[in-house]
Write a protein that binds this ligand. Structure first.
Ligand SMILES: Nc1nc2c(ncn2[C@@H]2O[C@H](COP(=O)(O)OP(=O)(O)O)[C@@H](O)[C@H]2O)c(=O)[nH]1
Ligand SMILES: [Mg+2]
Ligand SMILES: [Zn+2]
Length: 336
């Protein structure tokens, strides 16, 4: 069985996700042999909305889980009242091993890390081309979190009706990260959703980005209201693009077509949990240039080979600046 290193110490391995259609393999705990398998759709003050078969069920975690917390995207085992009727509450008795973990801390100095989404395959980093202005350093931080958490990045550049994408694409085009550019017009005629959907097929995609970049608008364009209603989320989504996004929220694209996870806007993406030595992996345009670095190079010292790498035109100077700034904020607090 594949183990995911440090992710497993947080949650005991009890149930495996029922990915390939075979029955979930349940280990130990004969106590809850009859537990049903479900997926956490959203969390609100200790109440977890879960999908079991086609039923939306409210649940809380069982005492035996101790301090382990289930998050959106978690595969869980549930017992108790699974009817999904009003005012019923099931109990979550197990959390399955996670295939990926998107984590963030409030800032780099904050050791308290929260798991934003579990089991996502892809991280859609949503950036508006204007209103609000793109913030490459936030993009870089999201990229680090994606690489560190085992998610494939997807760049979604919204509001191209307000500003052109060229400048941002110059910075990120070299990274071989798939990207989609969307506009208000394309949102209206369905083209935006179609083009984003091409990247979502069958996978769980978490949408992150600064507040106001258009995450909820996009997610709503991807998931018709009809389907939002069947998973009971229609109350959380009020009107066009309006959404009181306080917790991540998983929405189904359709049977076997995957999931999208809307998340609350982030101002910063703290990376306290990421080993600085791993940060460079999120800079594939710079990483090959570190071959000539001195051993244990901080990449911010006179002998660092990255200056030459950039001078030779292998990467954009802005990217090196961004890397250095990110590494520096890992050491001391600094605004983004
Ligand atoms: N001009 C323009 N506005 C957009 C576009 N996408 C979303 N918006 C607007 O941007 C605002 C914030 O959108 P919202 O989806 O709530 O952003 P979120 O905070 O990232 O979820 C809303 O007023 C949307 O109508 C776009 O492509 N072009
Ligand atoms: Mg939103
Ligand atoms: Zn170096």
């Amino acid at each position: 069985m594949r183990r995911y290193g440090k992710h497993t110490d947080e949650d005991d391995v009890r149930v495996r996700p029922n990915r390939k259609g075979n029955r979930p393999r349940t280990h130990i705990r004969p106590k809850h042999e009859d537990a049903a398998e479900g997926m956490v759709l959203t969390v609100d003050r200790g109440r977890l909305t879960c999908l079991v078969d086609d039923r939306v069920i409210m649940a809380m975690k069982a005492r035996e889980l101790g301090r382990k917390a289930a998050v959106v995207g978690d595969r869980v085992a549930l017992v108790g009242d699974l009817s999904g009727r009003k005012d019923t509450l099931a109990r979550i008795v197990r959390i399955a091993e996670r295939t990926s973990v998107l984590r963030r801390t409030a800032d780099d100095d904050d050791p308290y890390e929260r798991v934003v989404v579990a089991n996502a395959d892809q991280l859609a980093i949503v950036t508006a081309l204007a209103d609000p202005e793109p913030r490459p350093r936030l993009i870089d931080r999201c990229l680090v979190a994606a690489f560190d958490g085992g998610l494939e990045p997807l760049l979604v550049l919204t509001k191209s009706d307000l500003a052109p994408p060229e400048k941002i694409l110059e910075l990120y085009g070299a990274l071989d990260i798939p990207y989609v550019v969307t506009s208000r017009e394309e949102l209206a005629d369905g083209d935006a959703a179609d083009r984003v959907r091409e990247h979502l097929d069958g996978r769980i995609t978490a949408f992150v980005g600064h507040s106001g970049v258009g995450k909820t608008t996009l997610v709503n364009a991807l998931v018709p209201e009809e389907r939002r209603r069947t998973t009971g989320h229609v109350n959380a989504v009020t009107g066009r693009g309006r959404h009181t996004t306080t917790s991540a929220l998983a929405l189904p694209l359709g049977k076997g077509e995957g999931w999208v996870v809307d998340t609350p806007g982030v101002r910063s993406f703290g990376l306290h949990h990421v080993d600085p030595a791993r940060v460079i992996h999120a800079f594939p345009d710079l990483e090959p240039g570190t071959e000539n670095c001195p051993r244990a190079c901080s990449h911010d010292e006179p002998d660092c080979a990255l200056d030459a790498w950039v001078e030779e035109g292998h990467a954009d100077p802005a990217r090196l600046y961004s890397l250095r700034r990110l590494l520096a904020t890992r050491e001391r607090r600094e605004g983004d």
